[in-house]
Write a protein that binds this ligand. Structure first.
Ligand code: SAH
Ligand code: DHB
Ligand code: MG
Length: 224
């Protein structure tokens, strides 16, 4: 079976130009991320637009993101919020967080966003201890080995009807390697199996191709 990455990229470029065109804040966020040496593993523009639309469809007032990088996906998500909304994004690297804060400020989103640094498992435990109002949408996009833990924490921090989105669940097809010793694959499979088996979750997963290669998202709705 052959794959056609050039064609995937051409189609993504067409979709993005039509439906998710860049603007100065998004362009600067990617430029500044590259200049600071961050890896170019942000969501694609049309994927960012998908996150934005999902947040709007949720009527989200509160969004939690796990894995900030330079704040590119954060900008797409935060732009879906009302003026009194809030987005909290968790990032291990202080360097990444600094780039993200500058990018969010340039996008005019610093009032409604907060970047917290540290290992997300620690940040999530501390956050839970604050008894925050439930989040309407969680975007999980950090270290894949911890994906099942991030889904578990998401359940504690959301409400019935909330949406959990998990990035990178296909990884070129390696997700089907049941015996993989890659911690990222094991973590992703464990997260998918948790979504499948948990009585408070109903979900699916979809494969994607495009500028980011062959990958996919899982989506789960929190039940009563
Ligand atoms: N959501 C971003 C991309 C995130 S890339 C976007 O689409 O624009 C993954 C990020 O997760 C990296 O910045 C990495 O530093 C961070 N990360 C890795 N392990 C982490 C951990 N244990 N806790 C919090 N963040 C982590
Ligand atoms: C990687 C991480 C991501 O979140 C992503 O969307 C693509 C690649 C990575 O770690 O390689
Ligand atoms: Mg990702």
């Amino acid at each position: 079976m052959s794959t056609e990455p050039d064609r995937w990229t051409a189609v993504d470029d067409y979709f993005t130009g039509l439906l998710a065109p860049p603007d100065p804040a998004l362009t600067a966020a990617l430029q500044e991320s590259e200049a600071a040496g961050l890896p170019a593993i942000n969501v694609a523009p049309n994927q960012g637009k998908l996150l934005h639309l999902l947040a709007q469809l949720q009527g989200a007032h509160r969004i939690l993101e796990i894995g900030t990088l330079g704040g590119y996906s954060t900008i797409w998500l935060a732009r879906a919020l009302p003026a009194d909304g809030h987005l909290l994004t968790l990032e291990y690297s202080p360097e990444h967080a600094e780039v993200a804060r500058a990018n969010l400020a340039r996008a005019g989103l610093d009032k409604i966003t907060e970047v917290r640094t540290g290992p997300a498992l620690d940040s999530l435990a501390a956050l839970h201890a604050e008894s925050p109002a439930p989040f309407d949408l969680v975007f999980i996009d950090a270290d894949k080995v911890n994906n099942p833990h991030y889904v578990e924490w998401s359940l504690k921090l959301t409400r019935p009807g909330s949406l959990i989105v998990v990035d990178n669940v296909v990884r070129g097809g390696h997700v089907t390697d049941a015996d993989s010793d890659d911690p990222a694959i094991r973590g992703t499979r464990a997260a998918l199996e948790l979504i499948a088996s948990h009585p408070k979750l109903d979900g699916t997963a979809v494969q994607t191709v495009g500028t980011k290669g062959y990958d996919g998202f899982a989506l789960a709705r929190v039940l009563d």
